[in-house]
Design a protein around this ligand. Structure first.
Ligand code: PLP
Length: 388
């Protein structure tokens, strides 16, 4: 029987028919770089931790199972995972990438991948006809849904139909939804990317990245690349992410519940000009989210009436932290224009709507009343100072 994801976050079925590691409930941290061999050709299955480490491997199996993939790879950060993935391509290969992506991914593609000869078309995958951009060199489509920070929703199954028809790969960065709410491989994607730093880890304490696939050939290439380039996740960090994953389900549910409450509260503020949360029925991607995901997540973006108002919110928050990153138990507020998306060229920022009045919230698991109370206080103080 296929287990529910709440259970899969806690119990790894494959290991259940035997007592291993003295019955330790938590998978041990194998803090070793290398492994002894009993003789020539007698490896115990582990040779060197750049490629194989039991703690890392256990985490990889767990994450692969959460994404319904056959193989997972744990890297030292989300960007290490995406950089590794780009090594699948060679000069003149053409990739279609969503134009509204995590700022670090845009920076990587523009400054590193392009230098290495990969050619990109950046398009609004949620509304444009992707097929029009295909060339004979097109090798992959790279999307996030919902996007960061504008929360555009792309129909994964629809894009997968096109990528399958053209025999190219579909890569989905699933960081915003986490495997708890969305499983792109089930919808036809070939590779799922995660910044494990975010919801999987969940505690704002560890950097990690993941690649999950159900295509043996891609897995084989990735395994070779990890061994060769060397950005695998460390054993202790693997342990921290495993620990974070245990509570993924309850964290996601609580954070989503809070996000919806805050979205409703924001909608009723005079100073707020726009609230973008895919869990609001008026959001243009609401119906697609209903179809392809089991929830709406805990990320929301909103605009206020002036730059001064936005800056004042960032100055005045105390319990809510003004910080980059997302997906942790603590609520964070981010200013995309100077933080996550600072290195995105201004013309693209403008086209995507990343303006000086735009703020992004990663809603945590505090009591919703306390979050709203702090926001209420910050909004009132700001109103008083700016408008008497
Ligand atoms: C944070 C993030 C990344 C990069 O991950 P790191 O762990 O910070 O390197 C990639 N994609 C998305 C959507 C992210 O939010």
């Amino acid at each position: 029987m296929n287990r529910n994801i709440e259970t899969k976050c806690l119990h790894f079925e494959e290991d259940e028919n035997k007592i291993t590691h003295f019955g330790a409930i938590n998978f041990p941290i194998y803090q070793t770089a290398t492994y002894a061999h009993a003789g020539v050709g007698k490896s115990a299955g582990y040779d060197y931790s750049r490629l194989q480490n039991p703690t890392k491997e256990h985490l990889e199996k767990v994450v692969a199972s959460l994404e319904n993939g056959t193989e997972g790879f744990a890297l030292s950060s989300g960007m290490a995972a995406i950089s590794l993935l780009m090594e699948l391509f060679k000069p003149e290969d053409h990739l279609i990438a969503d134009s509204d992506l995590y700022g670090g991914s845009i920076r990587l593609f523009r400054n590193v991948s392009e230098k290495n000869g990969i050619v990109f078309s950046n398009i609004d995958c949620y509304k444009e006809n992707i097929e029009e951009y295909f060339t004979e060199n097109t090798k992959a489509v790279y999307i996030e849904t919902p996007t960061n920070p504008m929360m555009h929703v792309t129909d994964i199954a629809k894009v997968a139909e096109l990528t399958k028809k053209h025999h190219i790969i579909l890569i989905v960065d699933n960081t915003f939804m986490s495997p708890y709410f969305q499983n792109p491989l089930d919808l036809g994607a070939d590779v799922v990317v995660h910044s494990g730093t975010k919801f999987l880890g969940g505690h704002n304490d560890t950097l990690a990245g993941f690649l999950v696939t159900n295509k043996p050939k891609i897995a084989e290439q990735l395994r070779f690349l990890i061994k060769t380039t060397g950005a695998g996740l460390a054993p202790f960090d693997s342990f921290l992410i495993l620990r974070g994953i245990k509570t993924l389900a309850v964290r996601m549910e609580k954070a989503q519940e809070n996000a919806l409450k805050i979205a409703h509260w924001l909608k009723h503020q005079n100073a707020v000009t726009n609230v973008i949360y895919p869990g609001l029925p008026e959001h243009s991607g609401y119906d697609i989210m209903k179809k392809q995901a089991r929830g709406f997540g805990a990320m929301l973006t909103f605009s206020v009436k002036s730059k001064a108002f936005a800056l004042s919110i960032l100055e005045k928050v105390r319990m809510i932290k003004f910080a980059e990153s997302l997906g942790g138990v603590e609520t964070l507020i981010t200013y995309p224009i100077t933080q996550t998306h600072a290195d995105v060229p201004p013309e693209i920022r403008e086209k995507n709507g990343i303006t000086e009045t735009l703020l992004r919230l990663s809603v945590g698991i505090e009591h919703a009343e306390d979050l709203i109370q702090e926001l209420e206080h910050v909004f009132q103080e700001t109103e008083r100072e700016l408008h008497g």
